[in-house]
Design a protein around this ligand. Sequence first.
Ligand code: HT7
Ligand code: ZN
Length: 845
Amino acid sequence: PRAVLLSDYAPYPFEIDEVRLTFRLDPHATRVLARIAFRPNPAAEPSRTMRLDGEALKLLSALIDGEEVEPRLDDTGLTVDVPDGAFVWEAEVEISPADNTALEGLYMSNGMYCTQCEAEGFRKITYYPNRPDVMAPFHVRIDGEAPVLLSNGNPVHFGEAFAEWHDPWPKPAYLFALVAGDLVAHPDTFTTKSGLPVALNIYVRPGDEGKADYAMDALKRSMRWDEETYGREYDLDVFNIVAVDDFNMGAMENKGLNIFNSKYVLASPETATDRDYELIEGIIAHEYFHNWTGNRITCRDWFQLCLKEGLTVFRDREFTGDQRSHAVKRIDDVVMLRARQFREDNGPLSHPVRPSSYIEINNFYTATVYEKGAEVIGMLKRLVGDEAYHRALDLYFERHDGQACTVEDWLAVFQDATGRDLHAFSHWYTQSGTPRLRVLEEFEDGTYTLHFQQETPPTPGQDEKGPQVLPIAVGLLSPEGDEIVPTTLLEMTESEQSFTFEGLSEKPVPSLLRGFSAPVILDRATSTEERAFLLANDTDPFTKWEAGRALARDVLIRMVTDDAQPGPAYLDALERVARDDTLDPAFRSLALALPSDDDMAQALADGGVTPDPLRINAANRALNQKIAEHLSDVLPQIYEAMEVVGPYTPDPKAAGRRSLRQTALALMSRTDGGKRAARQFETADNMTEQMGAITCLVRIGEGADQLDAFFRQWDHDRLVLDKWFALQAGLAKPGDTADTMRRLTEHPNFDWKNPNRFRSVIGGIAGNHAGFHEPSGAVYEQVIDWLVRLDPLNPQTTARMTTMFETWHRYDTDRQEMIRAALGRLRATEGLSRDTGEMVARILG
Ligand code: HT7
Ligand code: ZN
């Protein structure tokens, strides 16, 4: 297949005044009638032929200005001759939603019709210029028997078995949505700050009523926050959300009709954990915020995806920080960034925040585009300051409302609003790879100097790298632990640069990269004592946590490479954190957690050591055991003190206490044989504590009875059962992983065509580092068997899951060969999808 290139962009030769669609719903033979008013685009080369995208469509009729025409059809669309000037295109096609297993276009989930059109699903609904820079108002009529018939925009007419919707805001086709089914509404209302009423509804399947309260509350808080923080108001009479069980990703921001994976909407104390509640809040906010950053201002082409996704992730992070804790949110985000984006950037799938070519755009909804895209905006905000950032955003909304834009448009707004030259900064969008930042220090005559050197290693297609603009937030502490220089922003623009601090009476202790002010790998030889000092004294919560994390990482590395034992410096530093009641419990919980096995594999590989997954896992278990023994006095106290009395509420304060309590329980289970966890399992009245207890038990090789009991209690609830599957897959012991995987995939409830269930098991296995990489390679083979099986049905999900192999280059030659052979088998599969084909080719290099 041919790659699409950013450099090939050309505007579409036609503009659209209006789209009118009529759907006659039928599971196997839905008719779609399209009436589209085109006129020549004055900004494009004139053309007397028109190209429309279309896939898996049965064309029944085609007319231009009422006259029958005969378009030339091929595999990806059609070409038709058109008159000079404006004209009306009419087409009728037939599609089969019931046979659409790819979950793109119009498909069925549990008897309900629903759509997913981003990125290029609309071409499976009708012939259309399916690109984001073609925007139009839509009028939609749905003929069908279902009690609820929904589309974008405002309702126009409803009657016996039909509904009409009108969306006045011009939008690209990727934001089109239709839902029809037997659904129940959870209604509410919102009044915008200008006093306009908005009817809100969250639609769920009968039986799930009562599980949408939290999502609705999160929606209303998001709407208010966007008004207060960005001055952005909602712009339709209604805002609908629908929960769907079969969904390839998390959620979709269709204009006025967001469609969500039910996992990110439905919650009750009995079925959802604190983490689920937090994710629901964040994703509801994210999709809502897209109404301005994505929908009102969209992308010119798919290379500009970070324009909407990076900015919207940045906005949802700010929202969550405001609602909960900025410190905890930042730490969570950095843990995730390193686990997913640094991992991606360090391997064969590394690409810039704005890629310049793709074969299948669905493969570029990546951690780099989303998470690094958000980091880039965070750096920009730090460099220009809060006030200038909001001035630039106001200009962005004013200048570009209703347009399809580029990264250049975005940066121009900042240049115009601040007068700053952002040319050097723009390399963050085009240069891939994670910069390494080396730091050396010097102290002489009261002057303290920090010498920085930055280097970005080569990545696929980019051998030569230039320096990046790095905002480095620094604070200095006295040896007594007082902050002598508060957070100061150093702006590094060269490969090597030094910064001095004068008038100091003694050599300070630096606190570097506060708030993780730039997405880099910091390389500085630091003693255990200094790390322990920062963990105890740093005023910046991120660098405080980071000091503890680095201590743990150093200890684990020595345990893996030298069979060393953890020394008292580390254990005592950890004990001080555990006993420090002045710290936020959620922070304490994070500070007591160890890096994941995958993080450790990366850390070892970065240091030139080939990671051995079994040794890493053994070191992790041994260190947890040591910590549990060292903290044996304080852990029961924490467990008791952090108990949350009264009925469960998902508020951040209670969740933080439960998180610390769970950390204590997990450690204690290493020494009490799971006695307390078993008791908690019996008494838990909420999923956070039930799941927490059973996780502790399974991790220490116990919990068989509890797993059975859990299954019997929850076999009717798809989302809870996903947790049951994921838990066993994620915690299978290395020697048992292949058998566990076989048992789980042969289980009658393993509905592999449902993406959530597939991800629970296959994704759970991949997240089990030692189990996935068990030495025989049997797990690799089983995973590939499942990917071969899923690919013809659902290429998008299959392709995404191949990323579990992206780190193959880290491991020993035996594992490398086994992974390459397994991926080679997938690549050789007859009829392999373009999605998976592209991913495997890139991973293998
Ligand atoms: N903009 C959406 C991204 C998306 C997607 C969602 C569901 C299924 C398939 C999808 N392809 C792309 C979600 C978001 O980032 O908000
Ligand atoms: Zn998004």
